[in-house]
Design a binder for this molecule. Structure first.
Ligand code: GDP
Ligand code: MN
Length: 380
């Protein structure tokens, strides 16, 4: 689950990471009241779960109440990369001397936590990585050993942070690491982490992605999921207990097993298509699960073709085939469906499907063939 900036800052605050004093509002009048209370100048910031708000005009400084009214009025209701701005975060404006970058995430290949620090903050880190990769200092942290104060100081020094910023920045890194580990986050990012003109370091922005698998440990997370700005397909899938991740392509995917589902997404790209989603129906690929899966995929109007890729291990392909046919009676599909079934009882499964094949129901014996066919149908 991604948090809004203001939620991220509240999360940071619990771990002692300094941020600017502020609050959220949803109307222009409330914005003025809050800005008056905070004292000018203030920064008004669109709360949307997407980066680059600054460039899009979603972050503005106001020197007085008139400016605050003008900016609040223009930002509320704004569309930023397809996200409607309904909430504003207003905080005391900081005077910035330098902008840095700091983050923790998991490097799955290294099987270690990865800390990245850069003196080139404020711009998107992907852009820095491309233009000037040496400007990012990396520190791998062994989860068993944790992060030492020495290592934290070392990485901010290597990153070339201003000497006056180093101690506070290293201290923030220690706190950010705790926030990441104890807070069960997949990603914590501060961009920019600033050095103020009076020589202090604090977080001006907050990006926090919580690890949904840890939700059972955090009943308090319920209140963070405001239902706002979430992908309706993912909401729908969640309500049906499906393991679904929305993507932006046109080929809807149903597979069993996370590994097979991921390779199906890859294969669709490899043959020139793009996946509309990742969906793992797990071990029980029966009619009810297929109905749930097809309902979610069918509700996504980007989807122009559906690819079902099932490998029968414990689950038998003939049962899956019957399930698909029954599901197709219950859900009226908008687009063609290509099915690849292999493994246990695949021959029987193909016989079951044989009588029902049409332009809208295609069976392909191989994964590659099925992917090609499904992508072809998506662009037809
Ligand atoms: P993002 O564009 O979505 O990443 O939003 P940020 O919160 O990172 O803000 C974008 C930029 O706005 C920052 O890099 C700063 O340059 C600027 N900005 C944000 N808050 C302040 C502030 O309090 N004072 C000043 N002077 N600039 C700010
Ligand atoms: Mn930012």
């Amino acid at each position: 689950m991604d948090l809004f900036e203001y939620q991220g800052k509240q999360y940071f605050a619990r771990f002692g990471i300094p941020t600017s004093q502020g609050g959220v509002v949803t109307s222009v009048d409330a914005a003025i009241n809050l800005a008056n209370q905070i004292g000018y100048p203030v920064v008004l910031k669109a709360q949307v779960k997407v980066g680059g708000r600054g460039k899009a005009g979603g972050v503005k400084i106001a020197a007085d109440a008139d400016e605050a009214r003008e900016e609040a009025d223009s930002i509320l209701g704004m569309d930023i990369k397809g996200h409607l701005v309904e909430v504003l975060w207003i905080e005391r404006a900081s005077s910035i001397a330098e902008e840095y970058y700091a983050s923790f995430t998991l490097d799955r290949t290294a099987k270690l936590h990865l800390c990245m620090v850069s003196a080139r903050g404020g711009v998107e880190i992907e852009q820095v990585a491309e233009e000037d990769p040496d400007a990012i200092s990396r520190l791998y942290v062994d989860p068993v050993e944790g992060l030492s104060a020495e290592a934290a100081l070392d990485v901010v020094t290597k990153a070339g942070l201003n000497p006056t910023a180093r101690d506070e920045a290293a201290d923030i890194l220690m706190k950010l690491y705790r926030c990441y580990v104890e807070g069960d986050a997949d990603l914590v990012e501060i961009n920019p982490l600033i050095l103020t003109r009076d020589g202090h370091v604090h977080a001006l922005d907050a990006k926090v992605t919580l690890d949904d698998s840890a939700a059972f440990r955090h009943p308090e997370w319920e209140s963070l999921d405001g239902g706002q700005d979430t992908d309706f397909r993912e909401e729908m899938a969640k309500a049906r207990g499906l393991n679904y991740v929305g993507l932006s392509g046109s080929t809807g995917i149903i597979a069993n097993g996370a590994g097979l589902a991921m390779s199906t997404v890859d294969l669709v790209s490899q043959v020139g298509g793009s996946a509309a989603n990742f969906l793992d129906v797990g071990g029980a690929a029966d009619a009810d699960v297929m109905v749930a899966a097809l309902e979610v995929i069918n509700s996504d109007d980007r989807v122009r073709s559906i690819l079902v890729n099932i490998f029968g291990g414990i689950v038998r392909c003939d049962e899956v085939a019957r399930g698909i046919l029954e599901a197709m009676h219950r859900v009226e599909l908008r687009c063609p469906i290509t099915i690849r079934l292999d493994g246990t009882n695949a021959v029987e499964a193909r016989q079951i499907l044989a009588d029902h094949l049409s332009e809208k129901l295609i069976a392909e014996p191989t994964m590659l063939g099925a992917a090609r066919r499904a992508v072809e149908m998506a662009s037809a």
